[in-house]
Design a protein around this ligand. Structure first.
Ligand SMILES: C[S@@+](CC[C@H](N)C(=O)[O-])C[C@H]1O[C@@H](n2cnc3c(N)ncnc32)[C@H](O)[C@@H]1O
Length: 213
């Protein structure tokens, strides 16, 4: 099952009406999805006005889309408190910057605004090989490192976020990881989450862990 099939299934099965994608790129996943309220967050949004219009014709669910050309940190700080004041989000898809810190922040921020029956899906939790798991501040910096076995696929060290959440919240979160499509982490809450800070000790412990395929 790939990310599109999984997300479409979750929306259908749970009658979800709101979807937020962090890291949208060209909208390959975002635009074909059928969900009433879709929100796109990406500092370098590669969907221009023409593309947005064409996709309203192809899929009418794009009519109410909202596009935020912001980093996820900016979005969660400036927009989320207003947008999700009345009603939490049903489904977040986290696929922004592929670093441990950024992906962890994205999940913790999403937890704050997740509806109690909502789900967070995180991409890139199972890198296919060690080169794809290279910890770097960006794709280009990972590429520049000329790591042995580099194939142009980059999941970064997002996988550590799953480890962190499993260790930190064994009771509060239910986490499943599908191996398909570079690893799809499915995160559900058993209790509500308030403002959660990163546990710096645990973060440090995991930060330099090597990835074993
Ligand atoms: C792998 S692409 C997303 C692919 C898309 N989700 C899909 O399935 O087709 C990663 C995206 O994350 C975006 N990104 C990078 N840093 C980000 C940040 N701080 N916040 C949100 N998105 C970010 C990049 O601009 C890029 O478009």
């Amino acid at each position: 099952m790939n990310r599109f099939q999984l997300i479409e299934k979750l929306i259908k099965e749970n009658n979800y009406t709101s979807y937020v994608e962090v890291g949208v790129y060209r909208g390959r996943l975002f635009l074909p999805l059928r969900c009433k309220k879709k929100i796109a967050v990406d500092p370098v949004m590669k969907i221009n006005w023409r593309g947005r219009l064409v996709w309203v014709i192809k899929n009418i669910y794009n009519l109410n889309n909202r596009y935020f050309e912001l980093t996820s940190d900016e979005f969660f700080k400036e927009k989320a408190p207003i947008l999700f004041k009345e009603k939490g989000v049903d489904l977040f898809f986290i696929d922004g910057l592929h670093t441990f810190e950024a992906s962890l922040k994205d999940v913790l921020n999403s937890l704050k605004y997740l509806d109690k029956n909502g789900i967070i899906v995180m991409h890139d939790c199972v890198p296919p090989h060690q080169a794809a798991a290279t910890a770097a501040p960006s794709f280009h910096e990972a590429e520049r490192m000329e790591i042995e076995g580099w194939t142009g696929q980059w999941c970064g060290d997002v996988w550590k976020t799953i480890q962190y959440l499993k260790i930190k919240y064994p009771e509060k979160l239910e986490i499943t990881v599908l191996k398909e499509d570079f690893g799809l982490g499915i995160i559900k809450t058993k209790e509500s989450f308030l403002d959660v800070k990163i546990d710096s000790q645990l973060f440090k412990k995991l930060k330099d862990l090597p990835y074993n395929v």
